[in-house]
Design a protein around this ligand. Sequence first.
Ligand code: DGY
Length: 337
Amino acid sequence: MTILKNPQSTLQKPKILVARAIFPEALAQLETSFEVCSNQADEVLTPAELQKALSGVIGALVAGTERIDAGALAGANDLKIVANISVGYNNFDIPAMTAAGVMATNTPDVLTDSTADFGFALLMATARRITESEHWIRAGKWDQWSIVNNPLGMDLHHSTLGIIGMGRIGQGIAKRALGFGMKVVYHNRSRLSAADEKACGATYLTKEDLLRNADHVILVLPYTAESHHTIGAREIALMKPTATLVNIARGGIVDDLALAQALRAGKIFAAGLDVFEGEPKVNPELLKLNNVVLAPHIASATEKTRRGMVDLAIENLQAAVDGRKPPSLINVEVFGK
Ligand code: DGY
């Protein structure tokens, strides 16, 4: 990849890295205060390129495609902050960043509603077989329309939605589900307050009870060592054969091979996936199936929201460089004082 230097750079400006393409206006804004090494060509940096690009910069804007760990930070002696353009930060090794004296930030809140909208959209597309229906038309099958022979789906209205991971986005999905007359059950590391449960109309269940009872299950939890393969063959076996499973959280939370095998065997009705183990690769077994709706990690992808995420990442970076506390600081115990 080619890292472009700002041609109008001056020695006085601190140097930063923008590791993925961002909106031109945002780049221009950064260039008023910083010497910017940008990657508007948007080729994902290799670990070696990332390590080199971080050396000599005071801050960096990155996305989930950049893994920030001890290796990436070796030689990044001037680095004060890495601002993720993403709410999830499983691409950050927080202990390694903290040990290297580097602040870590993410972009919460600005994407909550767009991501919750998308979760609901993917759930509807999955349950009502929307992409399969489109393929049906494109394959010239509309003349085979019949009362019983269309792609017949599962209802959302008045069904039970199980949400695993009840942070801001999970709660946003729960509130949307209420409009469909759905019963909402949830599982989370910690229970919501009674007031929050009431606002979401949600009932807490163990993971196992949720899987047994839900007609639709949606995953919105962060990816950690503990949440790896939260859903595998054992968990799918607990689900109803008519159930759907939607993952808008992170690849690795679902065992994609076990899911593909279960979908093929009809152990559950269908799945909707926005995230994948090892993305951008998709397990080839999933690609062979009709009863899975696939999306390329686009839950936050509206123009307004992506602009909001970039703006918040810039605000975080600027604050750290100015010696202020970034608004969405993650390693707050060390740098938040
Ligand atoms: C996030 O912000 O974590 C999303 O997954 C990125 O689109």
